[in-house]
Design a protein around this ligand. Structure first.
Ligand code: ZN
Ligand code: ZN
Length: 645
């Protein structure tokens, strides 16, 4: 018998050789039908693979990301089977899962694949899927594997085999298709109910342009047609909400060839949003006891040698400029500058926690091919701060940072988020990780404790921490369900020592502080890019570049409109008058399109009663109000940062 430990801590006994599917069936038939894979002792396995020793077990169903990548990897095999059925003699390179789907790279022997062919392949895949072909795993000797692919004449798989150790080689077969593969796979193809091949691209073998160009077919699959339809609708919507398109239409940002790639120019409307975000950050951080600092955008090379950015991060920095015999670098991170501010004065435990905040401007060298709208840029403004604290203070400080995130999520209506908590691997201390076993354990336990106690959704990813401490990547989802990485929080045991930072502790001894790096609003670039998609350009009133547009029905009420605009401006409301001699219908349509939250329609009737007819973007007529009443209402909405209705 073997002991199986479940995620809730329950332990049950099973006969050795039992599979995850059988265990699922012992719980319920319904569950067994949904299990796609299993996490056995921390590794993702086929749900049909016999478990022969005591193990921890988590049954993986569709909603689990590991199950999804197993599903998509299996779909890549299904694609290959379909391709082989339609184009005999095709040779295959690799077919991994990606964020949303999978691809397979193949050598089609000069054959061109068209959109039409993709549709035919989809039909073939669906037909094969309906056959409920099981994915069979088989351990195979290197010699047998070589002879199989030699027989097939597939030099790409033979190339893969060269680097594999005998004894570690497995084949997976479904239907008529066999692949060299580590697995794992879903139990059978019948789970794949909806297929869409999304794209064809060229891909150089091994990513090297000197090599032959292979054909890459991208696809995505789902366990139901409904999920595929929803996914495609989301992509359609994402296209409409593309931040590059909206950013241009709404006058938020632009790029100019002479300024340079990846260097956004924030236009007046973008600058308003930036200012509002900074005000929010300053207010929030001020109340949380942060002190603001301002630091230069360049520094001498020696600073970055101390921090280790030179040489370890040098590839991501702009090349240095020489001045008075010294090399200067553009700032790629704010941390070293802040550390120098900490070091500038004698610190005692009474000064801690010491929290330094700055919307710091950083410059990073991203390859031109990697640049993407506001999402990947070369100049960024970061909602940065560094918290210097004692080990005893760490828990409360980290908790406060976490709460700040949650507060921001509420303000921006971000309902779905996950903290990706990367921890170290004790076996790699002193190599991949700084050799501080006690500190690693202590801080990781505290971080986990905060996440659990605050009910913050998180996933733990072992062996992916930074060199100098555990880190948390914050993933958020936009209103249409697209995932973004917002920011990273890090605990840092190393920089304090590298910069020789210390404070005098209670026993009058010098002690190195712990450092927390955090940036809840990420960078202006990435966050505003996200917000554009999230709000579809319809910013809530407090953030909207233009909050009110006054629309006189005819020129007779133009003067009244202008007097209203002065009243609103004096109440710090961003307002404009549409003084064009257009029909009111056109004025309303244009203002709707510009996503201005409020329209005040004024004609002679309103003028007589000192009133305004209020329209809300997307919601239409809101009735007539006295101007004082409207100002009081909108002021409240602005001060409270009320989300969109
Ligand atoms: Zn595979
Ligand atoms: Zn930092």
């Amino acid at each position: 018998m073997i002991k199986i430990t479940f995620p809730d801590g329950a332990v049950r006994e099973y006969a050795s050789g039992t599979t995850a599917i059988e265990i699922a069936r012992s719980i319920s038939e319904g569950l067994a039908k949904k299990v796609l894979a299993a996490n056995v002792n921390g590794q993702v396995w086929d749900a049909t693979r016999p478990i022969t020793g005591d193990a921890t077990l988590k049954l993986l169903t569709w909603t689990d990301p590991d199950a999804q990548s197993t599903f998509w990897h299996s779909s890549a095999h299904l694609l290959a089977e379909a391709v082989e059925a339609l184009y005999p003699g095709v040779k295959f390179w690799v077919g991994p899962p990606v964020d949303n789907g999978f691809y397979y790279d193949m050598d089609l022997g000069g054959r061109q694949v068209t959109e039409d062919d993709l549709r035919k392949l989809e039909v073939k895949m669906a037909e094969l899927a309906r056959g409920n072909e099981t994915f069979r795993r088989k351990q195979i000797s290197k010699a047998d594997a070589i002879s199989y692919f030699t027989g097939k004449g597939d030099e790409y798989k033979l190339d893969l085999l060269e680097n594999l150790q005998d004894g570690n080689i497995t084949f997976y077969t479904q239907g008529n298709f066999t692949d060299l593969c580590r697995g794992p796979h879903i139990p059978h193809t019948g789970f794949i109910k909806a297929v869409r091949l999304t794209n064809i691209a060229g891909a150089y073998w091994k990513g090297d342009e000197k090599n032959k160009q292979l054909t890459r077919i991208y696809g995505v699959t789902f366990p139901s047609q409904k999920e595929l339809d929803e996914y495609l609708a989301m992509l359609e919507e994402a296209k409409k909400r593309d931040h590059r398109k909206l950013g241009k239409e709404l006058g938020i940002f632009t790029f100019d060839d002479q300024v340079g790639p990846g260097l956004p120019l924030w236009m007046p409307n973008g600058a308003v949003i930036i200012e509002q975000l900074e005000t929010l950050a300053k207010e929030t951080e001020g109340r949380a006891g942060y002190k603001r600092v301002v630091t230069p955008n360049i520094a001498k090379e020696s600073l970055y040698i101390t921090s280790g950015h030179v040489p370890y991060y040098q590839d991501s920095m702009y090349p240095p400029m020489e001045l008075e015999g010294e090399k200067y670098y553009l700032k790629a991170m704010n941390c070293p500058h802040h550390h120098k501010i900490f070091a500038a004065e004698q610190r005692s435990y009474k000064d801690l926690p010491y929290r330094l905040a700055e919307y710091g401007t950083c410059y990073r060298y991203e390859q031109s091919g990697e640049l993407f709208g506001l999402m990947r840029v070369r100049c960024l403004h970061m909602n940065d701060a560094h918290i210097y604290c004692t080990k005893e203070q760490f828990y409360d400080e980290f908790k406060a940072v976490n709460e700040m995130y949650l507060k921001y999520f509420r303000i921006f209506g971000i309902d779905k988020y996950v903290m990706r908590f990367s921890t170290h691997d004790p076996a790699r201390l002193g190599k991949k990780y700084i050799d501080e076993p006690g500190l690693w354990k202590e801080t990781e336990d505290l971080v986990r404790d905060v996440l659990i106690r605050t009910g913050t959704p998180y996933v733990e990813v072992p062996d992916e921490a930074a060199f100098y401490g555990p880190k948390i990547d914050v993933q958020i989802w936009s209103a249409i369900g697209r995932e973004f990485t917002l920011a990273t929080n890090q605990v840092d045991f190393a920089q304090g020592r590298r910069f020789d930072l210390s404070f005098t502790n209670r026993d009058n001894h010098p002690e190195v502080p712990l450092i927390i790096h955090r940036a809840p609003l990420g960078t202006h670039e990435r966050f505003i890019g996200f917000l554009l998609e999230h709000y579809a350009g319809k910013f809530p009133v407090w953030l909207a570049p233009l909050q009110v547009k006054i629309l006189p029905i005819t020129d007779k009420s133009l003067e009244y409109a202008q007097s209203l605009s002065i009243l609103l401006k004096n109440a710090d409301i961003r307002v404009e008058v549409d003084d064009r001699s257009e029909k009111i219908g056109k004025k309303i349509r244009d203002t709707e399109l510009a996503r201005v939250p409020y329209m005040l329609v004024v004609g002679e009737k309103e003028m007589e009663g000192q009133k305004v007819a209020v329209r809300r973007q997307g919601l239409g007529d809101q009735g007539v109000k006295r101007i004082e009443e409207f100002i009081a209402d909108i002021r409240k909405e602005i001060t409270e940062r009320t989300p969109n209705p």
